[in-house]
Design a protein around this ligand. Structure first.
Ligand code: GTP
Ligand code: MG
Length: 231
C-alpha cells in the first residue's frame, strides 16, 4: 500500500534537511513538506532533500489538511510527522505495518515509553497533558490514548470519512476523537522521541504558544465530543 508522509514545517531550516534525508524512502511513495509562511530556507532545503513542498494557510491543522489534499491519489496510507527531527523515522514501519496487514485503520505513535524516549525530549507538562486528555477521552468515548503525539499513520479512506475541520494545533486531538466516534480500528504503538534537531520551538518550548495550544486542545475536546453526541 503506497504511503505519503506529510510534514508540517514552519521555519525548520535547521532540521528539515536532517528529517527529509533520513526518510525511510524504501517504505514511502513521497514526502510532502507543508510550509505556510516560513521566512527561512525550509522550502528550498526540503526540495533539495527530495521532498515535495506545498503551501498552506496559517495554522498547524491547515498545513496538515493541505498535505492531505496534495498527497498522491494512489497513496492509501497517510503518515504525519514533525519537521524538527524529534520523531524517529525508522519507527515509521511500526505505524504502517498494522494498516498494511488490514488489522488497524489508525495507528498512533505514543512517546510515553520512557525506554524509547530521550530524557528531556518532552516537558513534564506535555506528558501530563497527554495523560489527562487521554483519561477524559476514555471517560467520554471509551478508548484510552496515552499521548497526542504528532507521529501517526491513518488509512486515507478513514481520514476522509472523519470530516476534519480544525485548522490549529487542535487537529491532532480532533483526529483521535473522531477516529473513536467513527469506529476506526485504533492502535497505539510506542515510538521513540528526541529533542528537536535544531531551530526554535513553535509550541512546547514557548509559554504563550503552549497556553494557546492548550486552550485550543480543550476547546476541541469539548466541541468534538459534544458534536459526536448529537450525531
Ligand atoms: N506548516 C506549519 N507547520 C507548523 C506550524 N506550527 C508548527 N509547525 C510545525 O509543527 C511541528 C511541531 O512544532 P514544534 O515547534 O516542534 O512543537 P513542539 O514539538 O511542541 O515543540 P519542541 O519541543 O520545540 O519540539 C514542527 O514541524 C513545526 O515546524 C504552522 O503554523 N504551520
Ligand atoms: Mg517538536
Amino acid at each position: 500500500m503506497p504511503v505519503s508522509v506529510i510534514i508540517p514545517a514552519l521555519n525548520e531550516a535547521e532540521s528539515i534537511g536532517f528529517v527529509v534525508s533520513g526518510m525511510p524512502w524504501q517504505h514511502i511513495a513521497e514526502c510532502i513538506v507543508v510550509d505556510n509562511g516560513s521566512t527561512d530556507e525550509t522550502a528550498a532545503i526540503a526540495v533539495a532533500g527530495g521532498a515535495r513542498v506545498v503551501r498552506a494557510d496559517r495554522g498547524y491543522g491547515s498545513a496538515c489538511m493541505a498535505g492531505v489534499a496534495a498527497a498522491l491519489p494512489t497513496s492509501d496510507i497517510l503518515v504525519f510527522m514533525d519537521g524538527d527531527g524529534s520523531d524517529i523515522s525508522s519507527n515509521l514501519s511500526l505505524l504502517i505495518a498494522p494498516i498494511q496487514r488490514n488489522e488497524q485503520d489508525f495507528v498512533m505513535g505514543s512517546r510515553l515509553s520512557s525506554t524509547r524516549r530521550d530524557a528531556g525530549s518532552m516537558l513534564a507538562s506535555q506528558v501530563f497533558a497527554g495523560r489527562m486528555v487521554g483519561a477524559v477521552v476514555r471517560a467520554v468515548h471509551g478508548f484510552r490514548y496515552t499521548d497526542m503525539g504528532p507521529f501517526r499513520a491513518i488509512r486515507r479512506s478513514s481520514l476522509d470519512a472523519l470530516g476534519m475541520q480544525e485548522r490549529t494545533y487542535g487537529w491532532s486531538l480532533e483526529m483521535q476523537i473522531k477516529a473513536i466516534q467513527h469506529g476506526l480500528r485504533i492502535l497505539e504503538v510506542p515510538v521513540g522521541y528526541r529533542a528537536r534537531h535544531g531551530g526554535v520551538s513553535k509550541v512546547a518550548g514557548d509559554f504563550r504558544a503552549s497556553l494557546k495550544a492548550g486552550t485550543r486542545i480543550l476547546e476541541v475536546l469539548a466541541r468534538v465530543s459534544l458534536q459526536g453526541r448529537r450525531l
